[in-house]
Design a protein around this ligand. Structure first.
Ligand code: PLP
Length: 435
């Protein structure tokens, strides 16, 4: 456990009791699992607040212009969660009608919302235009022309950004890379579409092109691709005689999931983004734009913890120790989707010295339903609680009802043992649930 805390894997308010059990924000995980059942997901408010503040402080240190932190809500969103973060003075990225409606209901002003996505529906474009969101982020030429038609039919001038794809590779899993020439996202630079898009948007009466945007992918630990991208965006703008008043280099900053992963300081990210923008503006004699970064994973991953109950255990003929838990790929598909690595501890047995290589599998009818390929754990018993840290991003937001598994309950934890239910556990006893 101590090595996990050093490596920064658990929420800030995590404490280890002398009996080897864990509390977060003063709440005992054992008690929460007893009261709310498992699988159970928790978010530590202190960690989220501290993360937001850290990014704001970094901008205040490195960037003399305006900036905004826009949470990429696809990492995890529910109405109550949106209400919590709406109080933190941040902006929000949405990619669907439901995310937009929840954001508005939770108290976000349309002026704080950006709508992304490579294939927005007619209804989504109309709604975004009707409520005057801060930026409709146009993905491609086809969408640009279609959105213009809709804007024209409403006789409105819509604030847009264009999503530019730099056609470069970044070091991450191919399924979460969005910057390459084969990407389905954005106006590609090398085909000339990016330039044509900017020129078209500048001429249209129905658009105000307020900014350029690029999102390179996720789990990126190196600031260099951001520098290259910012230079590319400014070269492009300057070629078109365009001066962006906003610039969004996207999200994507990585977090460690296990003790083997690198720990990358987001100060480096913000410092490089800031200095690259400052350098480009000086070179091209343009005013400093408002920089909008869009972290999803980095803001919420470490704040989240998942709790499971251990069930069957077995050994395979080749000596592999398998521990099955009462959740799996239905609440966390990340290993099945892109071989994401995790670590885990057993609540109450953290001080144990003797550990064995173990595979953590779920209860679902797929061989790909493995949560952790290998983790060293002590002897476990049925009903012990398995705790997986760094569970706050892209788990529940990608959860399914596979095998008609109910989606888990989610709690928001405040210090002093205070908690609030963000999401109920789905209840199969309700006949409407599967009908
Ligand atoms: C997913 C996404 C993000 C957030 O990515 P993270 O890796 O979670 O920081 C930001 N911007 C856009 C456009 C995205 O699609």
């Amino acid at each position: 456990m101590s090595s996990f805390i050093e490596k920064d894997l658990f929420p800030l308010s995590t404490e280890l009791r002398p009996d080897g059990s864990i509390t977060i924000a003063g709440s005992s995980l054992k008690k929460l699992a007893k009261d709310f059942g498992s699988p159970l997901y928790l978010y530590d408010s202190e960690t989220i607040r501290a993360n937001i503040q850290k990014l704001k402080n970094a901008f205040s240190t490195f960037y003399p212009g305006n900036f905004a932190i826009a949470y990429a809500s696809k990492a995890y969103l529910s109405r109550k969660f949106a209400e919590k973060i709406a109080k933190q003075d941040i902006e929000l990225d949405v990619v669907s009608m439901a995310e937009l409606l929840i954001a508005l209901k939770a108290g976000f002003s349309p002026k704080q919302i950006h709508f992304h996505g490579n294939n927005k529906t007619t209804e989504e474009i109309q709604k975004a235009i009707d409520c005057n969101i801060h930026a409709l982020v146009i993905d491609n030429m086809d969408e640009l022309l279609y959105a213009e038609k809709i804007a024209a039919s409403k006789n409105k001038c819509v604030k847009i950004w264009l999503r530019i794809t730099p056609d470069i590779h970044v070091k991450t899993h191919p399924h979460i890379e969005t910057s390459a020439a084969e990407s389905k996202f954005g106006f590609h630079v090398t085909t000339g579409e990016a330039k044509a898009g900017i020129q078209y948007a500048l001429k249209s009466h129905f658009f105000e092109l307020t900014g350029l945007h690029c999102h390179l992918g996720s789990q990126i630990f190196d600031p260099l691709p951001y520098r290259i991208t910012i230079q590319m965006l400014y070269d492009l703008a300057s070629e078109c005689g365009y001066v962006p008043s906003e610039l969004s280099p996207g999200g994507g900053w990585g977090v460690p999931y296990s003790t083997e992963d690198p720990v990358a300081d987001p100060n480096d990210w913000i410092e490089h983004i800031s200095s690259a923008v400052i350098e480009q503006c000086r070179q091209k004699q343009m005013p400093l734009p408002k920089i909008v970064i869009e972290p999803g994973r980095w803001l919420v991953a470490k704040a989240g913890v998942s709790i499971y109950q251990i069930g069957s255990q077995k050994s395979t003929p080749n000596g592999l120790r398998i521990i099955a838990i009462n959740g799996g790929m239905s609440d966390n598909p990340r290993n099945a989707l892109y071989q994401a690595k995790y670590t885990a501890v057993i609540n109450g047995k953290i001080a144990s010295n003797e550990v064995f290589p173990s595979r953590i599998v779920g209860k679902f009818c797929e061989s790909g339903d493995t949560l952790i390929d290998q983790v060293y754990l002590p002897e476990a018993e049925r009903d012990d609680l398995l705790i997986i840290p760094v569970s706050g991003a892209y788990q529940l937001s990608m959860a399914s009802n596979y095998n008609l598994a109910p989606r888990p309950a989610v709690l928001w934890l405040e210090s002093g043992g205070i908690y609030e239910l963000l999401q109920y556990r789905e209840n199969p006893e309700e006949s409407s649930w599967w009908a």
